[in-house]
Design a protein around this ligand. Structure first.
Ligand code: LLP
Length: 427
């Protein structure tokens, strides 16, 4: 088979498209048009790519329950796309449950993972459960079971377990061994038994962490799955064993994509023989490469070490580099391929936002074409935990989000939107 044929074969596999969509694959002309029409900073979301990513997950895990971790991107258009693609919704808060209900997920496709749930969240979710009794609540502490019972909840419960094994791209996103999450593994069977007296226990759950990539992480994931298999065989009578999400995506230009089929095989192998379905709940994998962030260069400053390119997006729009030292590819959409077609000199470039924080940079001294004022930069893999973690620090309105077709998915906030909640804020 020629390379071209094998690309075609990969693309057509269950309509899943290629295993990865790189920043260079985005149509620069279209992105420039969108920035001209809607201004910057601007998130652009490709719903077809969301669909492809869902299809690839379904192809790799055909007999598993597949749930989208809504927290990665809660936009209505994304949720509707995921709903139509057949994945359920895993929600981390009452707000996310509300969004999933509004996007048309019915109760049987809703899973609320309650982590130290504030009382208003529990009140709201129990109220919605009364109309959607097929909803499942995943609980990681005995206290949460008691608080649900106090509110009259006696529905479907899944017990979240702390398997003592974590993995992920950064210490701050390794969940599986953090005491915050789940009941300790050696008490899990006892908590399941207790929960069975009061609720319908349908599953057990664990999540290793986020951004699982590379052998060490995959070994940890397999370890976690094996432990969950053992637990499930011990407690019996479950509908499913949920082994979380966390599937990584290639952020660096030369990172290899995860081989999802072999991850799926390893997962099934590690789970062993259980009389329950496997469940997975990826977030990042569904949306990461379906989104880019566009930002315009407004200030160029040569310094002895690096050229500082000041841009109109910052850590308030995309927090991941500041919070996790996360790498995101950056492409200058106004620079052609190479000499003599209008390209620039390359050199160390620091792309820095407008926030008064030293950590407010998207890259430091990265080898890039030296930008000029007015250039449009695209930041890759911004679809997961991009807009979702945007905030209004420095009184910065959150950016707009559009689809590749130009539909406004989320309107740009104004300074008035930011000041409105404050008493006396408006003059
Ligand atoms: N399930 C549970 C219970 C989770 O806590 C998470 C993520 C997921 C599923 C989905 O993980 P994913 O497939 O998206 O890796 N803000 C961080 C990621 C935090 C993830 C928190 N939990 C980041 O930008 O890397």
């Amino acid at each position: 088979m020629s390379a071209e044929q094998s690309d075609d074969a990969a693309s057509s596999a269950a309509d899943g498209g290629p295993a990865v969509r790189r920043l260079v694959d985005w149509d620069a002309d279209r992105l420039r048009e969108l920035a001209a029409d809607h201004g910057t900073p601007l998130y652009v979301t490709d719903l077809d790519r969301v669909r492809e990513n869902c299809a690839r997950i379904s192809a790799a895990f055909p007999d598993a329950d597949r749930r989208y971790a809504v927290k990665a991107h809660t936009g209505r258009a994304v949720l509707e796309t995921v709903r139509d693609a057949g994945l359920d919704a895993e929600c981390a808060s009452a707000g996310e449950v509300r969004r999933a209900l509004d996007a048309g997920f019915d109760g049987s496709r809703l899973h609320y993972t309650a982590v130290n749930p504030p009382a208003p969240d529990l009140n709201a979710v129990v109220e919605w459960w009364e109309e959607n009794p097929e909803m499942t609540i995943t609980v990681g502490a005995r206290d949460t079971l008691d608080r649900l019972a106090d509110r009259g909840f006696d529905g479907r419960v899944c017990v979240r377990v702390n398997p003592g094994v974590g993995a992920g791209h950064h210490e701050k996103v390794r969940t599986g061994a953090a005491p915050k999450f789940g009941v300790p593994y050696d008490r899990a069977a006892e908590v399941v038994a207790d929960a069975r007296d009061r609720f319908e226990v349908v599953g057990v759950h664990a999540h290793a962490g986020s951004g699982i990539h590379g052998e060490e992480d995959l070994d940890a994931h397999a370890d976690l799955v094996a432990r969950m298999g053992e637990l499930a065989r011990g407690v019996g009578e479950l509908e499913y064993v949920d082994v979380g999400g966390g599937f990584g995506v290639p952020y660096r230009e030369d990172d290899e994509p995860l081989d999802l089929d072999s991850v799926a095989d390893a997962t099934r192998g590690a789970l062993g023989d259980v009389d329950a379905r496997l469940a997975v709940e990826p977030g990042r994998y569904v949306v990461a490469d379906a989104g880019v962030l566009l930002s315009e260069v407004n200030t160029v400053k040569p310094t002895p070490e690096t050229t500082v390119a000041g841009v109109d997006a910052g850590m308030t729009d995309l927090l991941r580099p500041a919070m996790y030292d996360a790498y995101h590819a950056i492409r200058n959409l106004d620079v052609g391929g190479g000499p003599p077609d209008g390209s620039r000199e390359t050199g160390p470039v620091t792309v820095a936002g407008p926030i008064c924080e030293t950590g407010d940079t998207f890259c430091d001294g990265r080898h890039l074409p030296v930008p000029e004022r007015g250039d449009l930069l695209a930041v890759g893999n911004a679809g997961a935990y991009g807009y979702e973690m945007a905030m209004t620090y420095n009184s910065r309105p959150r950016p707009a989000e559009v689809s590749v077709d130009g539909d406004v998915l989320r309107a740009r906030e104004t300074i008035r939107d930011v000041t409105r909640p404050e008493r006396g804020g408006e003059r």
